[in-house]
Write a protein that binds this ligand. Sequence first.
Ligand SMILES: CC(C)(COP(=O)(O)OP(=O)(O)OC[C@H]1O[C@@H](n2cnc3c(N)ncnc32)[C@H](O)[C@@H]1OP(=O)(O)O)[C@@H](O)C(=O)NCCC(=O)NCCS
Length: 184
Amino acid sequence: MRATLSGDRVLLRPLDAENIPLVISWLRDPDVNRYMLSGHEPISVEDEARWYAEMLASESDLVLQIHDAGTGRYLGNTGLHRIDRTHRSGELGIMIGDKVQWGLGYGRDAMIALLRHAFGELGLHRVHLRCHPDNRRGLAAYRAIGFTEVGREREAIFIEGEWQDHLVLDMLEHEFRELHGDTA
Ligand SMILES: CC(C)(COP(=O)(O)OP(=O)(O)OC[C@H]1O[C@@H](n2cnc3c(N)ncnc32)[C@H](O)[C@@H]1OP(=O)(O)O)[C@@H](O)C(=O)NCCC(=O)NCCS
């Protein structure tokens, strides 16, 4: 799926395969991937290119690049996965790969723009996400936006030779509207 969305400070644009080497360098950075559920194994250009093609063709995934709206600087990716038309739900993921840009509000703005699209145009009722319990920055950002922690899935991921838990947070359409205004 493709879309171009705008937030207050960010533009969200369709994936561009030219950025694959940069994205791979972000995914290899231990500061960036520490809590990412995609794991820490190195990803090859071929595998990433296959994933880009799959995402762009998919009817149940929407992955977008996050750019600074003013400068155009490419900052990371965010997306909705496993979009389910029957139950009107989807799972959010985000990575600001350019780590010097953390804590400046880009993550917040990008997620709000994506959620506005999810609850508006795509008509979703619920968006959830999974987060490592030690990802304090991520959890602070999700809670600040209005996600609620709804559970903990035990030993759900295998990272660095260990089974680890992750937390589940979610947001409902009416909660988004109450906090962030209309989706139209
Ligand atoms: C998690 C991530 C998406 C957050 O994006 P960000 O741009 O750094 O966060 P923002 O600047 O938008 O901050 C959003 C909120 O979190 C709070 N926050 C951000 N960093 C924080 C920190 N280190 N400690 C406490 N609160 C923090 C901010 O105060 C802000 O709240 P506010 O809007 O009420 O002021 C980003 O840091 C990232 O991509 N990290 C690496 C990859 C990753 O962990 N992805 C998530 C996997 S589940």
